[in-house]
Design a protein around this ligand. Structure first.
Ligand SMILES: [Fe+2]
Length: 271
């Protein structure tokens, strides 16, 4: 396998599920793109972002004790294409992108990502991160996004502003009431009594707390904690891997950086 790629295996058991499903959870690829249509200023800016992350991504990897070598010293675009090529070979049921797909909204990045996902032969669900806006047509759209497998769902939520809109919360509550098991994907992780100690190592910028968020933010955290239909939360943002409970028996997985080749392969199966 290409030494850029770093695969972590996770598993979720949902009793009664008829079919095993495999997902690739990818986060924080922070694509910095320049292309033939970029202005000189845009090209210079993209180069600057790339150079900054070349150092920044190594620092994040070191701080989480995650492997980082020469194989990871490639551009965000090269890395992204390696992950897509691997996904095309492995053919998981879907790709789940949990935000900061782009370093920021920039014309060449938007063109690149929209084109790649248009050509992607696999289903995917992407949510925006705090570096992005609410919509990139063809990649992520405003509102609650759903991949429906009949006996369970993957539900994408925009929490990039450290809160969730009232409309999206209402939709989420309605889905919860239907009782069909769901995996929630979002960008910013949540902090509850159960993982507070771990999260308190980071500044409040890095999580949505059930103590300090705004009213909607708190409603979101409580929904994830209390709704029995929610089986797992997948997110990113902190640029390091963790798998910890936010409520008894309910885990939140934060993805490591996509821009150092991390793919968290999630297998969902019945008992
Ligand atoms: Fe990020």
């Amino acid at each position: 396998m290409d030494p850029y790629l770093q695969i972590t295996d996770n598993e979720l058991v949902i009793p009664g599920l008829k079919q095993k499903r495999v997902f690739f959870h990818i986060s924080d690829t922070h694509l910095a793109v320049r292309d033939a249509l970029s202005t000189e200023e845009e090209a210079r800016q993209a180069e600057e972002w790339e150079a900054r992350w070349m150092v920044g991504k190594e620092n994040f990897a070191r701080s989480f004790g995650e492997p980082f070598g020469d194989a990871q010293r490639i551009t965000t675009v090269e890395g992204f294409d390696k992950m897509l090529a691997f996904a095309r070979d492995e053919r998981p049921d879907a790709l789940l992108f949990t935000g900061d797909n782009l370093e920021c909204m920039h014309p060449a990045g938007e063109r690149f990502l929209a084109a790649r996902m248009k050509d992607c032969p696999l289903p995917f669900l992407a949510v925006p991160g705090n570096h992005e806006s609410a919509s990139l047509p063809g990649v992520w759209e405003p509102g609650v996004r759903i991949l429906d497998y009949g006996d369970f769902r993957v539900v994408g939520i925009d929490d990039r502003l450290g809160t969730v809109s009232g409309e999206d919360l209402d939709r989420l509550a309605a889905l919860g009431n239907e009782g069909i098991p769901m995996i929630v994907t979002c960008h910013i992780p949540v902090s509850t009594a159960m993982n507070r100690e771990r999260m308190s190592k980071f500044s409040p910028y890095f999580f949505i707390s059930d103590e300090t968020a705004d009213e909607n933010g708190i409603r979101f955290v409580r929904f994830l904690m209390d709704c029995p239909a929610v089986k797992l939360v997948l997110c990113g943002h902190i640029h390091g891997y963790s798998d910890a409970e936010i409520a008894p028996g309910k885990r939140q997985i934060t993805a490591s950086q996509g821009m150092i080749g991390f793919i968290h392969r999630l297998t969902v199966r019945g008992e």
